[in-house]
Design a protein around this ligand. Sequence first.
Ligand SMILES: [Zn+2]
Length: 187
Amino acid sequence: MLKESRLKARAEGGVKELLEYLGEDVSRPGVVNTPRRFVKAMEELTRGLREPPPEVVFFPLEYEAEVGPVVIENIGAVSVCEHHLLPIILRISVAYVPGDGIPGLSKVIKLVKWAAARPIMQERFTEWIADLLMEKLRAKAVYVKVCGVHMCSFIRGAKDEHHSMTTEAKRGEINVRLRCKRPLSCR
Ligand SMILES: [Zn+2]
């Protein structure tokens, strides 16, 4: 615990130094607590690095049938890009063929949000989340579609607010169409 608070103080000190480097007056009342708030905000955006994944609960089907694909579209999630630590606003659509038990809907959504809460590269994240869902949902097949708006190309670099990036990954046999709305869409 002591080690943790020392590391936190160092992280806050680092943010203060960054602000000084940028030319900000760090004694100004408006920014005097900004390093603490910034570290706290980053903790929230990367909680998946430290918190365990939400435990998925399974329900019996209680019916003689092979369950077809389950589709959950447009789960809202937030990541930060690992190259710039700027937010990525995500919509994630998932489809899966359940195995022995039927996963609870809320837990699937929580698992996806947890998975996103870390620094990511969207291409790798999409492959990883497909494997994660196969394992945690005990699924026979999984299909994931991720649509991201990356602040690092939205507000800096290319400075283009119109584009979005879509990636997808599949495991096993699953034939459904997945749609994924662009995050931050006005309509
Ligand atoms: Zn980036």
